[in-house]
Design a protein around this ligand. Structure first.
Ligand code: NAX
Length: 332
């Protein structure tokens, strides 16, 4: 504890896939204080697979060369039980990105097993209060697998990232209305981080006005929804690589709001359902949430119209299929 400069006690933050594209953007944002605060020192515990260790060494050299005052230590390892040891926050990023020849079922099969071992390691060595965000795809189902393999950690502490989808929705609305992103509030995502997701505009505001009055229903249920749902593919086509800096930025937004509070704003987080809105218990589903005092509170009293219900149902069906496909990885 640094008593004289208002600094808090150092926390341990683990990042998997740390030598990958998202890691390269994410680590610098964490190190600069954007996520946990400018008075929060951090020890980084970085996990890679053996073939990624040389790249990870290079990343660690660069982090050291950035001389961040908040970084109080950096560990690089290919052993999850070292990376997750006493971790207070974990970013599960590492996994195989989807390539053109893979469908969603291939992705589930390729990446699911990673999250069995990582869930077990979290269970064994992480802080009991750890906050976990899963970014690696299929992120909802990977979070489900990790959670199921970490029975001693409360399931609410396992989340998956739909904040990038929310941020994409904000970006689309801001551009169309000709305002800055800060003027858009409370648009959020239901369901799966996949093209079935539903960016719900019904409670959103644009510079204080209801979004449903600012934009036509045609646009909201047509181009807006379609652009947000297929943005990941459009980025891959344009850039030749999947979203990285925007994904890292969204991961920071997700964890920052969870850690420091969302100031009353609605944010999108996927977490194990407790039956909210009729979503089967345990499915990792994106809901409207508020964050307070380190807790995620699902906003469970919003009206659902027929269109929203049909989109929620579509996502339940898709996520039940994914859960079925990994049933042998869910342990109990
Ligand atoms: P990269 O391939 O650049 O990096 C992934 C890194 O993970 C590699 O360095 C690899 O060696 C490492 N890795 C693989 N298996 C591992 C394991 N078992 N333990 C630790 N490290 C492991 O991919 P990147 O662009 O960084 O994307 C990472 C993941 O994020 C992918 O699954 C990708 O699909 C997913 N995304 C999720 C998004 C979301 O909104 N939830 C959006 C962006 C991104 O598509």
């Amino acid at each position: 504890m640094c008593e004289n400069d208002g600094m808090k006690e150092t926390i341990r933050v683990a990042v998997t896939g740390a030598a990958g594209n998202i890691g390269y953007a994410l680590l610098w944002r964490i190190a600069s204080g954007d996520c946990f605060g400018s008075n929060q020192p951090v020890t980084l515990q970085l996990l890679e697979i053996p073939s990624g260790m040389q790249r990870l060494d290079g990343v660690i050299m660069e982090l050291k060369d950035s001389a961040f005052p908040l970084i109080h230590g950096i560990v690089g390892t290919d052993d999850p039980s070292i990376a997750f040891k006493d971790a207070d926050a974990i970013f599960l990023v590492g996994s195989r990105p989807r390539t053109k020849d893979m469908d969603r079922a291939d992705l589930v099969a390729a990446n699911g097993p990673i999250f069995v071992g990582q869930g077990q390691a979290i269970d064994a060595v992480a802080s009991q209060n750890v906050k976990v965000i899963t970014v690696g795809n299929p992120c909802n189902t990977n979070a489900l697998i990790a959670c199921a393999n970490a029975p001693s950690i409360p399931s609410k502490q396992f989340t998956a990232m739909t904040r990038l989808d929310q941020n994409r929705a904000v970006g689309q609305m801001a551009e169309r209305a000709g305002v800055s992103a800060s003027k858009i509030q409370d648009v959020f995502i239901w369901g799966n981080h996949a093209n079935t997701m539903y960016p719900d505009p019904r409670f959103a505001s644009v510079d204080g006005k209801e979004a449903t009055h600012v934009f036509s229903e045609d646009w909201l249920q047509g181009d807006f929804l379609g652009t947000v749902a297929t943005r990941g593919k459009a980025i891959i086509e344009a850039r030749g690589a999947s979203s990285a800096a925007s994904a890292a930025s969204a991961a920071v937004d997700h964890m920052r709001d969870w850690w420091q509070g969302s100031n009353g704003r609605i944010v999108s987080m996927a977490l194990p359902s407790e039956g909210w809105y009729g979503v089967p218990e345990g499915l990792v589903f994106s809901f409207p949430c508020r964050c307070e005092n380190g807790e995620v509170i699902v906003v469970d009293n919003l009206d659902i119209d027929a269109f929203a219900q049909s989109k929620i149902d579509e996502n339940i069906t898709a996520l039940l299929e994914e859960r079925e496909a990994v049933s042998e990885l869910l342990g109990h």
